[in-house]
Design a protein. Structure first.
Length: 297
């Protein structure tokens, strides 16, 4: 059976509602909407095993921030996006404790470079607090790690992160990765936050070992930006939007190994990765955006 691919809980809920023309209430799932800094935010809470089975995602909270208006570049668009991401992330995180920020993905492949690029904008403070405790007393300890990919390191991301967690002993892990969407309009226009951890490579069908509380022993929070759409999923949506009532799912399944991205992916990934990095700083440190700029310059 052909299944439309997505990493977004918001879209998994949409797909459930679309399947078999379901009109009944989705048990075990709660969804709410609001606006934050001018950007729409959808929260999907998977409450129990019924929600897990329906959406195919672990129990927990998922926040989808719609940054479509970001590309209109209106007044304070970057600052507002950072505050939106940072505010939602701060509400998820423990109020204190050290953090290890992990950038997942392949820095040499632009659609997969969200994690490594975001780390360029994260304030690294663990070593500074150790060396100058008085000057950096107001900062939370933050360390960072670019996990790389199995094909270039020979090491599973989960293996590397697990070893680092055992050595550094952070109170939490923040994992950043590129995701897959089922809608082309959400590519490089969305940020998803969750408190459930992450499975590297799942968006492109290359499932690796999960990074979550069970595998690492500490809470794991995930931040992701959809940068690709599965070609078969995109084709199915385009056909349905064109009024085609019956789609040949067997033929679509043969094209499920192709991924599609945007023409401006280089600039879009750089800009949104910076938003994620700054959002992490906003959530972890008591700093204004101007202060973050000064410390990163």
């Amino acid at each position: 059976m052909f299944v439309k691919r997505t990493d977004l809980a918001l879209e998994a809920r949409e797909l459930w509602q679309e399947s078999a023309e379901r009109t009944t209430r989705l048990m075990g799932v709660k969804a709410t909407k609001r606006k934050l800094e001018g950007y729409p935010v959808t929260r999907v809470d998977i409450l129990d095993h019924r929600g897990e089975e329906a959406l195919g995602k672990p129990q927990g909270s998922y926040f989808t921030i719609d940054l479509s208006a970001f590309w209109q570049r209106k007044t304070d668009f970057f600052e507002r996006a950072v505050r939106a991401v940072g505010t939602e992330l701060k509400a998820l995180l423990p109020p204190e404790g050290s953090a290890l920020v992990v950038g997942l993905g392949n820095a040499a492949m632009t659609p997969d470079a969200v994690g490594p690029l975001a780390l360029d904008s994260v304030l690294i403070t663990r070593h500074l607090i150790s060396a100058m405790p008085r000057q950096f007393a107001g900062f939370r300890p933050v360390s960072a790690f670019r996990a790389g990919v199995l094909g270039t390191t020979g090491v599973e991301s989960a293996e590397a992160v697990r070893g680092l967690v055992a050595e550094v002993k952070p109170d939490m892990v923040l994992a950043i990765d590129a995701l897959a969407s089922r809608r082309r309009g959400r590519v490089c226009a969305t940020v998803q936050l969750s408190d459930t951890g992450i499975i590297p490579g799942s968006g492109v069908g290359n499932h690796r070992e999960a990074l979550n509380r069970e595998t690492l022993g500490v809470p794991v929070f995930a931040l992701g930006i959809p940068t690709v759409v599965d070609a078969a999923t995109l084709a199915a949506d385009l056909l349905e939007e064109s009024g085609v009532e019956r789609v040949d799912e067997e033929r679509l399944r043969d094209h499920g190994t192709f991924m599609v991205t945007t023409r401006d992916i280089d600039q879009q990934v750089r800009d949104l990765s910076k938003v994620v990095g700054y959002g992490i700083n906003w959530a972890l440190q008591d700093l204004e955006i101007e202060e973050i700029n000064a410390l990163l310059s």
